[in-house]
Design a protein around this ligand. Structure first.
Ligand code: ADP
Ligand code: MG
Length: 588
């Protein structure tokens, strides 16, 4: 096939522009991203070769290689992993498939300053395109394992890219960056310096489970001239030695320790190291909120490191969202997004579980049914929930962030995980009429309940304002009764599944049964007054009832309202107005 020229997809072009003009201040991370991709490619090849015996691939010496070239001012990152077909190159490198890209770009446009923009990019993580922070041209040569032809991709990041077929590409992918000339004099960006490369790999990628080797050219000219300049036999000897070593190819130097962080005790590992592992797993550029370590010894041994992210991904509510826990068996990567390890309502948890006693070719189906895995999952869930509870008590700010980002998802657990329902209820926070600014827990609500108040009152709706403007709230407000304001779609559903908290029933104030407690305790006088009113308005009520026959079940007098003349209520057990809206939105 001839050389083809392609345009970048619109979103890709916009992101690239931002990379070229480097809105991200820490340019070093481009290397972390390339290594992360190479490591993923090696994982994929290993798994694929286990699954498919007929795959004609080399798997004996899987590794990553970094080659800085000071003279040409290029840096190459190579792997002998799964590689990409020509179509995949166009698809994966030319477009950004991540959901939320459009939204991200819109928000970037609105971003007030560089720090804000950087924060957004950090949350998104731009992966391969981050190369354009340091390079004015990036080329990639790749050959998919098992295929014979390779592909060369090349771009300056402006406008488009070219793709051509190459005959003699080695298996895997090599990415070569032509470093920006304007950074040539800047020590900070001296990415051809072996020292700099060593330092970046150590800092960001030490835990990568594949060897990361650096190959450097021996500095021939320098050594020779130094030796010539020196006097005496000793110097001549040195020169000879130097020459001998030059004759052989320089020994590649392995830069990473490859130590699995989850297998090391917490005191040995720095927070930064944990955070870099998190970033590799999650493709997030920002630090996690919490790191959770868990180990089990005995008959079913495993080690686990879980992370709570500091922000929700853009696709948390889309079908494409995957669960972020990886499964390893004895330090060997087995699979991503292992749904058997975490329930759906904890799908935002990222991390690694390394089990000792599983087969290396264990399948997703087997995992789903394995009793030991189910026990492990139960423990992981409990540990995550107890961590959140502990955050709530000791690191309120972190908890607040956590709840803002993931509360809507956690509440799904009230429906789907009845075993942990009470714990989940305790880590929930809700808006309430008690305090406009701050959320409340159910425990605090219960503490504030009035003498004689039997129920926990709530109202669901589209927004706080909608609920506050609802006539249903009036009487409760007037009597000083606190009402929880539930505005997430999921609230409609779980309230029906949760019967009570600490012996107090949850009660919607929009439903008929929710008569005010005060009313139940009315004296003789009030009852007589009510009877009198009923008689007085009987005719009006009958007339209204007939006029509204099609719209309502019944028209009656109420003590709910103080200002509004009338309101519509539903019977207990009927769908609430907000749920009716939800169903309507779902097309039912
Ligand atoms: P992400 O890693 O978050 O998916 P990237 O922008 O880093 O995003 O990479 C985009 C895609 O390009 C990867 O998902 C992968 O499919 C492909 N890719 C990138 N680098 C390599 C590589 N070295 N080998 C094989 N595929 C790669
Ligand atoms: Mg990547």
């Amino acid at each position: 096939m001839p050389t083809e020229t392609f345009e970048f997809q619109v979103e890709a072009r916009q992101l690239l522009q931002m990379m070229i003009h480097s809105i991200y201040s820490n340019k070093d991370v481009f290397l972390r991203e390339l290594i992360s991709n190479a490591s993923d490619a090696l994982d994929k090849l290993r798994i694929e070769s286990l699954r498919d015996d007929s795959l004609n691939a080399e798997v004996d010496d899987l590794h990553i290689e970094i080659e800085p070239d000071g003279e040409a001012r290029t840096l190459t990152v190579r792997d002998n992993g799964i590689g990409m077909s020509r179509d995949e190159v166009v698809q994966l490198i030319g477009t950004i498939a991540k959901s939320g890209t459009a939204e991200l770009l819109a928000r970037l446009k609105e971003a007030k300053d560089e720090t804000a923009a950087e924060g957004l990019i950090g949350q998104f993580g731009v992966g391969f395109y981050s190369s354009f922070m340091v390079a004015d041209e990036v080329s990639l040569v790749t050959r998919k394992a098992g295929e014979s032809q390779g592909t060369r991709w090349s771009s300056t990041g402006e406008g488009g890219y070219t793709v051509e077929t190459v005959e003699d590409a080695p298996q895997g992918t090599a990415v070569t960056l032509r470093l920006k000339p304007e950074d040539a004099e800047d020590q900070l960006f001296d990415y051809t310096s072996p020292w700099k490369v060593r330092e970046i790999v150590k800092r960001y990628s030490d835990f990568i489970t594949w060897p990361i080797r650096m190959v450097t050219e021996a500095p021939k000219a320098e050594k020779a001239s130094e030796a010539e300049a020196a006097d005496g036999a000793e110097a001549a000897d040195e020169a000879e030695k130097a020459e001998q070593t030059e004759a052989k190819a320089p020994e590649p130097e392995t830069l990473n320790s490859m130590k699995a962080l989850w297998a090391r005790s917490r005191s040995e590992v720095s927070d930064e190291e944990y955070h870099e592992l998190y970033k590799h797993i999650s493709h997030d550029w920002t630090d996690p909120l919490e790191t959770i370590q868990l180990r089990a010894e005995g008959t079913f041994e495993y080690q686990s490191l879980l992370f709570l992210p500091a922000h929700a991904p853009h696709d948390l509510f889309s079908q494409a969202n995957k669960r972020g826990v990886q499964l390893y068996v004895k330090r060997v990567f087995i699979m991503d997004d292992c749904e058997a390890l975490v329930p759906e309502y904890l799908r935002f948890v990222k991390g690694v579980v390394d089990a000792q006693d599983l087969s290396l070719n264990v399948s997703r189906e087997i995992l789903q049914q394995d009793r030991q895995i189910q026990l492990m999952r139960r423990r992981l869930v409990k540990k995550v929930l107890s961590t959140v509870k502990e955050m709530m008590a000791n690191r309120e700010e972190n908890y607040t962030t956590f709840w803002r980002e993931f509360g809507r998802v956690v509440k799904e657990g009230l429906l789907n995980d009845p075993d942990n329902r009470d714990t989940i209820l305790r880590i929930c926070s809700f808006a309430s009429t008690h305090d406009k600014e701050r959320l409340t827990t159910l425990a605090r609500y219960v503490e504030r309940m009035k003498d004689g108040q039997k129920h926990i009152y709530y109202m669901t709706g589209e927004s706080r304002t909608a609920v506050e403007n609802s006539p249903h709230l009036e009487a409760f407000q007037a009597k000083g009764l606190e009402v929880l304001i539930l505005t997430d779609p999921v609230d409609e559903v779980w309230v029906g599944a949760v019967p009570e908290f600490e012996g107090k029933q949850l009660r919607s104030i929009a439903q008929g049964e929710a008569e005010l407690d005060a009313e139940e305790e009315q004296g003789e006088e009030a009852k007589a007054e009510k009877e009198r009113q009923r008689a007085e308005f009987a005719e009006l009520l009958t007339w209204l009832g007939e006029r509204l026959q099609e719209e309502v079940k019944e028209v009656r007098l109420t003590s709910r309202l103080t200002v509004s003349p009338a309101c519509v209520v539903t019977d207990a057990g009927d769908v609430t107005p907000a749920l009716q809206n939800l169903y309507r939105a779902m097309g039912q």
